[in-house]
Design a protein around this ligand. Sequence first.
Ligand code: 2NE
Length: 274
Amino acid sequence: ASWKIADEQQFTDIIYEKAVGEGIAKITINRPERRNAFRPLTVKEMIRAFDDARDDTSIGVIILTGKGTQAFCSGGDQALRTKDGYADPNDTGRLNVLDLQVQIRRLPKPVIAMVAGYAVGGGHVLHMVCDLTIAADNAVFGQTGPKVGSFDGGYGSSIMSRLIGPKKAREMWFLARFYSASEAERMGLVNTVVPLDRLEQETVQWCREILRNSPTAIRILKSALNAVDDGHAGLQELAGNATHIFYRTEEGNEGKTAYMERRPPDFSRFPRLP
Ligand code: 2NE
């Protein structure tokens, strides 16, 4: 793919690119000297880039990755950890990565984590909330929370349990061990493992295969696959897709037109399908 920087917003902590003529956006956490740990600003920038990719109707798939080959993301920047979360200088601490997790989960386009090196702590949770994970053979996965006095009892626990099963999820959280890419593949944590030098090529290939398929089918399937686990919010997302489609039908339009024309709606011509 031929990438073009989409940096009208002048990001500092991420690189935001789009593949020319391909329908793929790529968001790269750009703090390699910290193993791509995120600070609140990093997360704010990711949220803005994901928003842009969502709104851009030419984009069908989004890749999330980390700069360099040593880390996808090492979680929250511990140097900026405060009593109330993580704080940029002169700012109130927060856990805004939780907002980002929800955003990825509800975004109606597939998000693919492209993982080289460490995906640990909050960085591990980020790859788990993505729809697919393509790992390089040097990838390392794990939770560190219990070692550094933290935990993610939200998606970080519930999705993990769904992905690898309740026993393995307890092992991963309670022992806080690291797992190799091939172990992660066996556990069902990742979709495939490829040699490091083929990581992007393989990820782009997966994107292209998705992009050949119906965008509406993909959109609804994503919300359907999340619906049960996401409860009311999951149902809202799935049902929102139904409304979205209904608005494009004659039947849906008759209601609006009648209202605008100050007349009673006439739904009699629409069949009551079995
Ligand atoms: C990632 C890992 C295993 C890499 O080890 P290694 O040996 O390859 O690198 P090294 O030397 O540890 O790290 C390189 C530099 O990056 C910094 C290090 O301090 C070091 O800095 P210098 O000594 O060169 O100055 N660095 C790496 N990760 C960092 C981090 N997360 N925050 C700040 N600086 C970091 C190894 O570095 C590691 O274990 N990192 C810590 C992983 C971790 O515990 N993350 C936080 C989990 S909690 C969390 O993310 C969270 C949550 O639980 C709930 C809500 C939100 C977030």
